[in-house]
Unconditional design. Structure first.
Ligand code: NCD
Ligand code: ZN
Length: 346
């Protein structure tokens, strides 16, 4: 039995850090284990222009724990008014690594997202030309579509037509939650990858709804049936270079989660590596954890893998805080529902 595992230092290819006091409190939870992260731009107001992303990057750098070499990889929030030249310049000077597409109204702070995809054609064509990836929140917002079907319908109605209309556009399907997402990625050899979260490898929709409603398991895209969780596990642990880690760690304070209209998001930054080692061990795939966390993501983004290493050791149950205390209120850490035994060595 394996008890020690050493891998290249991991990255998180989908992360919410927020701003201000929340940023200050949650940032160390990520920088402890991850060298880089793709930073989501859904602030209030969103980071739309390159000047917004530059200012946000400066605030993140100012909040870094002392001595941290963490590198935030910035993104721009795509709107129907986004200027292709501004995007191209932000990419050329190394500020941004992706543009994020939120269908308007799909999730937290997505009101300024895209409604009419014809209006972003120019930006997408520019991105294809300069090889800048588009990170996609893949859910339709049509109220007539059941929330559990919104990812599958998005692939057919929007993603596939947009990709066909924009040859060469490099797309990352963010936080896929269905076997439909897995199959769509696998059917495409070029210019398509997908991130998978920690929590979608652990929970299915029963965890949210059986035995009382569990707000800390509610996120978007919402967890689906067990068969979908199993498809995500198979994809993540397969070693297939098109699948990589994006935790979608998304802090909301407890009052905002435990509410009559609770916010979507699971906060997994603190214990992600221990959970992933547990999941990969259950799938007899510990030897592929490095590909998922540390190699496939940088390869897709055209960046080198990190040079440092991380060692995980199996032992007594891992102690981690139930909540992170922030200046805005407590944030509950994701509870996988089982004890964790893989410790990240410091
Ligand atoms: C994210 C957030 O809180 O910003 N929430 C979530 O449930 N994942 C937004 C998102 O990525 O959809
Ligand atoms: Zn997210």
């Amino acid at each position: 039995m394996t008890h020690t595992l050493t891998l290249r230092r991991p990255d998180d290819w989908h992360l919410h850090l927020r701003d201000g006091q929340m940023l200050a409190a949650v940032l160390p939870e990520t920088t402890r284990h991850f060298d880089r992260a793709i930073i989501m731009p859904n602030l209030v107001p969103p980071a739309v222009r390159s000047s917004d992303a530059a200012a946000y990057r400066d605030r993140i750098m100012a909040a870094l724990p002392e001595g941290s070499g963490f590198k935030p990889l910035m993104t721009l929030y795509l709107t129907e008014d986004t200027n292709p030249a501004d995007v191209a310049q932000a990419h050329a000077n190394g500020l941004i690594h992706a543009v994020k597409l939120y269908p308007a109204g799909a999730t937290t702070n997505s009101a300024s997202g895209v409604q009419n995809f014809d209006n972003v054609r120019g930006v997408l064509e520019k991105m294809a030309e300069i090889s800048l990836p588009l990170c996609v929140h893949g859910e339709v917002t049509d109220p007539a579509v059941d929330i559990f079907d919104r990812e599958a319908v998005f692939i057919d109605r929007i993603l596939d037509p947009v990709r066909r209309a924009t040859p060469g556009l490099r797309v990352i399907m963010e936080h896929i939650t269905t076997s439909d997402g897995v199959e769509y990625v696998k059917a495409n050899d070029k210019d398509l990858g997908a991130t998978i979260t920690t929590h979608h490898l652990v929970i299915n929709r029963n965890h949210i709804l059986v035995g009382g409603i569990k707000p800390h398991y509610y996120c978007l895209p919402v967890a689906k049936r067990e068969e979908h969780r199993l498809a995500l596990r198979a994809a993540a642990t397969s070693g297939d270079a098109r699948f990589f880690l994006g935790t979608d760690s998304a802090p909301h304070t407890d009052p905002n989660k435990e509410s009559a209209c609770g916010c979507a998001g699971c906060f997994t930054a603190t214990n992600t590596m221990s959970i992933l080692a547990h999941v990969f061990e259950e799938e007899n795939a510990l030897d592929r954890l490095e590909a998922f966390c540390s190699l496939n993501g940088p390869a897709y983004y055209g960046l080198p893998a990190n040079t440092g290493t991380m060692t995980l050791k199996k032992g007594d149950p891992v102690a981690y805080p139930e909540k992170i205390i922030t200046g805005e209120g407590p944030v509950t850490v994701f509870d996988p529902g089982f004890p964790l035994h893989w410790h990240v060595e410091t």
